[in-house]
Design a protein around this ligand. Structure first.
Ligand code: HEC
Length: 209
């Protein structure tokens, strides 16, 4: 019998292998050696694509913010930090697009609040950073199944506080900037971060089958 069940067993095995791969490698960057070649796109290949997208978004965010600050100062640039417009979120690696979002342990926009998987990742980043880890090497990814049975590839990578971020997320945000932020965000918790601290994370999701 059993072409069909044979097939689904194979698929199940792949899924288990993939999530074991994620457990084993959790961000060490040596995915290729540890994940056995699968007859579909490997977890390592997805992670590599997600990583390169996160780099692109990070650069877009930084340069976008710098440009907006130059043009409008912090008050005029309030909207510029939300640069991840939906049309930017459609870069594909294969059958389906990555969606890119941002999150953090403390957020300005409540829509960016972390879900359980993101929260666990952010807390791990924070712990690793406190222990002296290097943010550049940090990431986490996995294949997860939603309550509805949908399989997703998920990827999380830290966003760090840098100089151009200080005007709006730093420990001494100017009164007029605070007032402008408060017009749009009534429950802002994304303030008081120091240079080099964890500001949040890029969170990428791709639907699998
Ligand atoms: C001119 C003010 C301004 C500057 C400068 C700025 N941001 Fe923001 N940031 C905001 C606003 C406003 C939001 C809320 C955006 C939204 O509605 O999603 C935000 C949201 C975020 C979020 C999403 C989580 C949350 O708090 O809602 C991250 C992460 C973030 N900023 C990181 C940065 C980084 C990193 C920099 C520096 C490269 C930076 N920001 C510079 C104003 C700013």
């Amino acid at each position: 019998m059993a072409r069909r069940s044979g097939l689904s067993r194979r698929r199940a095995t792949i899924a288990v292998m993939l999530s074991m791969g994620a457990l084993l490698i959790g961000g060490t960057g040596s995915a290729q050696q540890l994940v056995a070649p699968a007859p579909e796109i490997t977890l390592a290949a997805r992670a590599e694509k997600a990583r390169s997208l996160a780099h692109i978004y990070s650069e877009k965010l930084r340069t976008g913010v710098i440009q907006a600050l130059k043009e409008g100062g912090p008050v005029g640039a309030i909207g510029a930090c939300n640069t991840l417009a939906p049309e930017l979120n459609t870069t594909t690696t294969d059958e389906s697009a990555f969606e890119v979002a941002r999150t953090g342990l403390r957020v300005r926009n409540p829509d960016n609040a972390p879900d359980a998987w993101e929260l666990a990742g952010l807390e791990n980043f924070q712990k690793a950073l406190t222990a002296g880890g290097d943010a550049k090497t940090m990431e986490t990814y996995d294949v997860v199944t939603t309550k509805e049975g949908q399989k997703l590839f998920r990827y999380l990578r830290p966003i760090m506080m840098r100089e151009p971020c200080m005007a709006c997320h730093g420990p001494s945000v100017a009164q007029d900037v605070k007032a402008e932020i408060a017009k749009y965000y009534t429950d802002d918790k994304a303030i008081g971060f120091n240079l080099g601290e964890l500001r949040g994370a890029f969170s990428l999701v791709q639907q699998l089958d």
